[in-house]
Design a protein around this ligand. Structure first.
Ligand SMILES: [Ca+2]
Ligand SMILES: [Ca+2]
Length: 281
């Protein structure tokens, strides 16, 4: 009654209004509750997410820590291995360097020894060459002095043999010829080579003595068959005997009397032209 009295004119409308209000409030409350639920759910989801994230992070961190540890362990092993290898390599290289140094030292020593020996040999060779050169110059000087002493036209100078030759057409015994030459500061010619023999042959040809025995300074007076040169008293090395000579013919032939261009033994008392020689030896 009181309710009807408060809204006498619009009882139904009031009821409707109240119903609507109730429904609205109920709906609103439902909406609010839904929001709350959503908020709650969102909050829970966040929490779950956070939790999950935390768990995942923790797992990852644990795994990372394990991986780190594994890597560190492996690195330590690698480092140890590398150090060992480096030490071994260093030792190997040190040994190689030592061996090379030893080898090089030995090589250098050997080279030095060779160089010293070579230097000595060269020094000796140079000294020998110098001596040879001095000797050659002395020979040349002697030859020039000899040439000066043979300036007389009657003497023929030969630079190659280092001799002066004088052909005498006067006929004398071998001993007289020998003495004659010695009195001129010379000796009866001695022959050491085919070259010298040929020079004498040419000189005799120039004097027209190709068909006459001529005395040379050889004899076998001391010992039959042993032919020696005067002056040096040395046994002949070069000879140019004619076929069948020396034959020690007649009552004995002990003096060298070639008839150019071959040698004969002749009786020393025969008178013959002769050749004197001056030489540097
Ligand atoms: Ca004889
Ligand atoms: Ca004879």
């Amino acid at each position: 009654m009181r309710y009807r009295n408060a809204f006498p004119k619009y009882p139904r409308a009031m009821h409707l209004f109240l119903l609507i209000l109730f429904l609205w409030k109920t709906t609103e409350q439902a909406y609010v509750d839904e929001r709350h639920m959503e908020a709650f759910l969102e909050g829970s989801l966040d929490e779950i997410t956070k939790g999950l994230k935390g768990t995942v992070n923790q797992t990852i961190e644990t795994k990372l820590a394990i991986v780190n540890l594994t890597i560190e362990t492996k690195l330590a092993i690698i480092e140890t291995n590398l150090k060992e290898k480096f030490t071994a390599l260093e030792e190997k290289n040190r040994k190689k360097i030592t061996a090379l140094e030893k080898n090089n030292t030995e090589k250098i020593t050997a080279l030095e020894a060779k160089f010293t020996a070579l230097e000595k040999t060269n020094r000796e060779k140079i000294a020998a060459l110098e001596q040879e050169r001095i000797k050659d110059l002395a020979q040349i000087n002697k030859k020039m002095e000899l040439q000066a002493s043979c300036a007389d036209d009657s003497w023929h100078f030969s630079f190659s043999t280092g001799s002066c030759f004088k052909v005498s057409t006067d006929k004398k015994t071998w001993t007289e010829s020998k003495t004659f030459c010695e009195n001129m500061g010379s000796h009866l010619v001695t022959v050491d080579s085919a070259e010298e023999d040929n020079i004498l042959f040419q000189l005799l040809k120039d004097k027209g003595l190709t068909n006459h025995h001529v005395w040379y300074g050889g004899n076998d007076i001391d010992n039959e068959g042993t032919w020696k040169w005067v002056g040096s008293n040395t046994v002949m090395r070069y000879t140019n005997w004619n076929a069948g000579q020396p034959n020690n013919g007649g009552s004995g032939e002990n003096c060298l009397g070639p008839i150019p261009s071959t040698w004969w033994d002749r009786s020393c008392t025969d008178p013959n032209p002769f050749i004197c020689e001056k030489d540097i030896n």
